[in-house]
Design a protein around this ligand. Structure first.
Ligand SMILES: Cc1ncc(COP(=O)(O)O)c(C=O)c1O
Length: 301
């Protein structure tokens, strides 16, 4: 792994307990998927890192080119052809514990690779389940901060329920998942929540919207109500590590059921060929486009 200018073995990578990343979660991060040693959307990840650093008032320790060189170096040497590169930058060490920023921070820069497995064929074929929860996070979810305790608590709720994700609602509207972006399909239109301070601007989110545009799938980026999520024809989660997966059940209710005026499910199948509780046809198309795009990246970088 890479720590502060040196390539070191994990057991030799040491950070001070006075590091603000450790004591305050005063740090930002990125996770870049790498396929066949080709980083996927690297520039976009590095620009989001720059955005996060600017948002917390920490000078970017590297240029985009320097970051790219570090990621590529790590990816060439990684144990696995497919892996993710984790990048973290903290505001560095304090002499004494103090919320106020050090006058001349020396950031801690850490990069390491981890194995990245694609979603299983069963998850793609059968879909995954999710639960919902109130979005209890702060009002700067656009910053990819390592202060993700709320996300961990929320994701743990789905873990305990045996589900793959927790879908978050704030004031009656969809924000995102505890660790993913969420999409709705309704009447042949892909609905995505608007990027703002209440959600992370997902790199995979951008990829899906680009693929939809390239293949003529209508897209509507707007506020999405909780009722619309529950009445969705299809519900997807998307992230760099989980690609795009169909959510087929939310809080025990099958996605794709016809919902009556009284908001109760009427029957198990509806919407033409749509079978409730199974991945939908638009998901299948998007999954195919995504895999084709990934293959392109793997071949050409
Ligand atoms: C809260 C949250 N939203 C969205 C995403 C998806 O972002 P990306 O597609 O850039 O991985 C993540 C990824 O981990 C996340 O943690």
């Amino acid at each position: 792994m890479y720590l502060n200018g040196a390539w070191v073995a994990p057991e030799d990578a040491k950070v001070s307990v006075m590091d603000r990343g450790f004591l305050f979660g005063d740090a930002v991060y990125e996770v870049v998927p790498v396929y066949s040693r080709h980083p996927f959307r690297l520039e976009a990840h590095l620009h989001r890192l720059a955005h996060s650093l600017a948002a917390i008032g920490l000078e970017n320790p590297h240029t985009i080119a320097q970051w790219a060189a570090l990621v590529n170096h790590l990816s060439c040497a990684a144990e696995w052809a497919d892996h993710s590169v984790y990048i973290q930058v903290t505001r560095g060490r304090m002499a004494v514990r103090n919320h106020v920023f050090p006058a001349e921070p020396v950031p801690t820069v850490l990069l390491f690779a981890e194995f990245l497995g694609a979603p299983s064929p069963e998850q793609v074929r059968d879909g995954v389940t999710a639960v919902s929860a109130a979005d209890i996070r702060w009002l700067r979810c656009d910053i990819k901060s390592t202060s993700v305790l709320a996300n961990c608590l929320l994701r743990q709720q789905s873990m305990v329920a045996g589900a793959a994700e927790t879908v978050l609602f704030r004031d009656g509207f969809l924000t995102e998942g505890a660790a993913s972006s969420i999409f709705v399909v309704k009447d042949g239109v892909l609905l995505a929540p608007m990027k703002n301070h209440l959600m992370l601007p997902g790199i995979t989110y951008d990829v899906l919207l680009e693929l939809a545009a390239a293949h003529g799938l209508p897209v509507d980026v707007r506020d999405i109500t909780e009722a619309e999520v529950r009445a969705a024809d299809e519900l997807w989660l998307a992230s760099s590590t989980r690609e795009v997966l169909p959510i087929v059940e939310l809080d025990g209710m099958k996605i794709g059921q016809k919902v009556g005026a009284d908001n109760t499910a009427r029957n198990g199948t509806a919407h033409g060929s749509r079978v409730a509780g199974k991945p939908g046809s638009i998901y299948a198309a998007m999954y195919g486009w995504y895999q084709a795009y990934k293959t392109e990246v793997m071949r050409h970088g």
